[in-house]
Design a protein around this ligand. Structure first.
Ligand code: SAM
Length: 247
């Protein structure tokens, strides 16, 4: 079954895929500024947490899914120095910004390649990566079980998926405050910084329609991952899940 990622209800995959292409191709060059401002810098803290949890070694081949403008790829390169990173995304305009950063000297000397890839149909052979990273990707995918199965397939046995995503604060008061921020301020910041208010109304809706921590862990287990754990950040506004492909 495919869903509308803005509501979680059954819908043709094209509805969500076209919307996400439209949003990210238009905001690609303003995306990083929006992240930094709208999260009050928390984005960097969550990324640092993701790196602490990521079992990535220097001899690893890493696949970055929904890599966008390369923020996760470059952070992995700086902090883990793996053998190679394959940075992929559905939207070429996002990867063009990432390539620009490599040309400016980001990448810490780690070999990085870019390719336009839909995570629901990954064009790589079985068991070709030691680790997969994905930040804010799975929420935008209309066929999440298929995307997770594809990630499991291309991981080597014993390899890990490390996933950073918006999640659900367990504390009721904090959750209410966060929801107020999402509705009141995210479309405002989005409009101000990128001129695309609708894209950020979508962001708010997709966050609210997304499964909570246990819901995402269940999807991972259903796809065949084991040892699924997660850690909350900023009271559960974001969470990093780590899941393993069985040996
Ligand atoms: C919010 S951005 C995150 C980018 C980057 N990971 C980061 O942390 O800055 C979400 C990205 O997911 C990508 N995306 C959405 N659906 C996808 C899919 N089916 N396959 C691959 N990438 C996808 C979008 O193009 C966009 O670049």
């Amino acid at each position: 079954m495919t869903i509308d990622t803005a509501t979680g209800l059954e819908a043709p995959a094209e509805l969500s895929s076209e919307r996400v292409r439209d949003i990210f191709s238009h905001i690609a060059r303003k995306y990083e500024r929006f992240n930094a401002i709208s999260s009050f810098g928390a984005y960097k803290l969550w990324l640092a947490g993701m790196m602490r949890q990521a079992p990535i070694e220097e001899y690893h081949d890493v696949l970055d899914i929904a890599g966008g403008t390369g923020e996760v790829t470059f952070t992995v390169a700086r902090t883990k120095h793996p053998r190679h990173i394959q940075c992929t995304d559905l939207v070429p305009e996002m990867l063009e910004v990432a390539q620009m950063h490599v040309d400016e000297g980001d990448g810490a000397g780690v070999p990085i390649d870019f390719e336009v890839v839909d995570a629901q149909d990954i064009p790589y052979p079985d068991a070709s990566f030691d680790a997969i990273t994905m930040a804010y990707g799975i929420r935008n995918m209309p066929d999440r079980p298929r995307a997770l199965s594809e990630m499991l397939r291309v991981l080597k046995p014993g390899g890990s998926l490390v996933c950073l995503e918006f999640s659900t604060p367990p504390n009721r008061a904090w959750r209410a405050l966060y929801r107020f921020y999402l509705h009141r301020f995210i479309p405002f910041w989005g409009d101000l910084i990128t001129g695309d208010k609708e894209g950020f109304v979508y962001l708010t809706k997709s966050i609210e329609a997304f499964p909570d921590q246990e819901g995402l862990a269940a999807l991972m287990r259903e796809a065949g991952f084991t040892d699924v754990t997660w850690k909350n950040y900023t009271g559960g506004i974001a969470a990093v899940h780590v899941a393993k492909k069985p040996e």
